[in-house]
Design a protein around this ligand. Structure first.
Ligand SMILES: *[C@@H]1O[C@H](CO)[C@@H](O)[C@H](O)[C@H]1NC(C)=O
Length: 296
């Protein structure tokens, strides 16, 4: 009876193992890997999405950015400010912007969840590329002759949960969103822009990454410290507190145990309690995620 149960458990483990290997065989993004943005192709007169002859939605690269001469792209795990100026808003694009701002049609884009797979075994099918949706929630107001558009967007990108061994670990995309900030602020120096046909559209994007689909916790505790591994004041504080606690413990041990022993004339031996105390100072600092300073 027991043997049967053990055999069952073993086969279950084997099955789980096979599934895990299959998942691991798919590629994941290295830190900094390029991720290109594609958007749904739309009819600029109706706002409807366009399909090919197989009734599949047509996707086109995001418009070229003046800064790079290429369509917009993100880099896996890389946070920062990205500028993408669309040099010339032509008539069709202007009409599409009106649809986006009015929410008649979303600026619906997508990102490949993983880098493309390569077939290594002859005859094996390439796994189908999966995408995550990335909607650019552009905000603004429509006027008769022009539009006001909020050109600063926050871009939040999540990785699927995994045990991160290093601050700059590889991973797979889980989800994302991009949205205009402060659309009601029309003051001088704000990022709302009056736009007419023929103008450039200077988008500025603040890109942030989350290591899991969860949001950082509040209640005074920051659970997430970014894929790049930021150092925060709280981390420094806790490190300091635990270091001091470790020193105190070591000192007390020396005073209470080592000194009396020494006074009795006994040798301390190889494993010194002082060394132990200092190692103990690291307890409670965390799991190693987000400690090292960003190098780039
Ligand atoms: C983006 O553009 C703004 C405004 O032109 C500029 O001040 C800023 O330095 C640019 N940032 C980057 C990362 O190029």
């Amino acid at each position: 009876m027991r043997a049967t149960a053990r055999a069952l458990a073993l086969s279950a483990a084997l099955v789980a193992g096979v599934a895990a290997v299959h998942e691991d065989a798919l590629p994941s993004y290295h830190y900094g890997a390029r991720i290109e943005v594609e958007c749904m192709k739309r009819n600029f007169e109706t706002g409807e999405h366009l399909q090919n002859e197989n009734h599949e939605i047509e996707w086109v690269p995001f418009p070229d950015c003046e800064e790079t001469g290429k369509p917009l792209e993100f880099n896996y795990g890389t946070e920062g400010e990205v500028n993408c100026t669309i040099p010339f808003v032509d008539d069709p694009f202007f009409h599409l912007l009106e649809f986006y701002i009015h929410s008649d049609a979303p600026l619906a884009c997508r990102l490949p969840a993983r880098p493309p797979s390569h077939v290594e075994v002859v005859g094996e099918k390439v796994p189908e590329q999966e995408y995550i949706p990335l909607v650019f929630a552009l905000a603004g107001t429509l006027q008769l002759s022009h539009i006001h558009i909020s050109t600063h967007l926050n871009v939040l990108l999540h990785s699927t949960p995994k045990h991160h061994r290093r601050p700059h670990d590889s991973g797979v995309l889980d989800s994302g969103i991009a949205y205009s900030t402060s659309p009601l602020n029309h003051k001088e120096g704000s990022s709302t822009r009056k736009l007419v046909i023929g103008d450039p559209l200077p988008l500025s994007l603040s890109v942030r990454w989350f290591p899991t689909p969860a949001l950082p916790k509040t209640e005074g505790r920051v659970e997430w410290q970014g894929l790049g591994g930021h150092i925060y004041a709280s981390t420094v504080f806790y490190s300091l507190v635990s270091f001091i606690a470790g020193c105190l413990a070591a000192g007390m041990y020396t005073l209470g145990v080592v000194l009396p022993r020494r006074l009795k004339g006994r040798a301390m031996g190889g494993a010194t309690p002082l060394g132990h105390g200092l190692n103990g100072g690291g307890v409670g600092v965390g799991n190693g995620w987000g400690y090292s300073k960003r190098i780039d």
